[in-house]
Ligand binder design. Sequence first.
Ligand SMILES: CCCCCCCC/C=C\CCCCCCCC(=O)N[C@@H](COP(=O)(O)O)[C@H](O)/C=C/CCCCCCCCCCCCC
Length: 214
Amino acid sequence: MAAAAGAFSLREVLGAFQAAVTERREVLLGPYLRGWRGLVRFLNSLGAIFSFISKDAVAKIQIMESYCGGERQEEYRTLQSMVAYELASGLVDLQRRSEHPDSGCRTVLRLHRALRWLQLFLEGLRTAQEDSKTSTICTDSYNASLATYHPWVVRKAATVAFCALPSRNAFLEIMNVGTPEEAVVMLGDALPHISSVYGITEELYAQHKLLNLP
Ligand SMILES: CCCCCCCC/C=C\CCCCCCCC(=O)N[C@@H](COP(=O)(O)O)[C@H](O)/C=C/CCCCCCCCCCCCC
């Protein structure tokens, strides 16, 4: 059954990332963005201190949704078709952000880097001791991934916000999938799908030398 409008459902997020990968190892942008929308719903439920993060994520999701629902929507059906189309049409700023500041390729790259944070964070959450601090797991995951790409002021604001995260068990409970133990099982199910999306994207971007887009 679908979750109530606005409520977070890890099952739906899991389903979206699972549905995003086709048998031919393409990434479908529709389900991919649905997965992100679900994550943002969860982030919003954690309080206003996270709103600067959620606003940035929503802005990027909206850019992509406008391409996916726009005139060239066929080109934006999969990540692979988007990369091929934007590169062939000269729609990607490769050196400096100028004529195409919001290309699909650079926008997805930002979400892709955040997906690496998510992968590390969920794995940390899943395997940590019961009394571990969510804020520590989150900070460690952030420092090992996204922080590299953020200026000092963003890193500082993010690290302060992480301190407001609830304890590990409370966090697992608000994921809405039952007991903390059940949530841990669900995370184990979710991670391979998220890792698969991450791995395919990383490979595609590396192949086209797009991993450092400005
Ligand atoms: C299974 C459920 C449990 C986990 C649920 C987690 C929910 C997380 C939801 C969303 C994650 C946030 C995604 C943030 C995308 C950031 C993209 C980015 O790097 N943007 C920067 C660069 O963009 P451009 O300037 O180049 O356009 C931008 O400067 C960033 C600004 C905002 C700060 C981003 C901090 C990111 C911290 C990520 C950790 C989120 C903490 C969630 C705590 C559970």
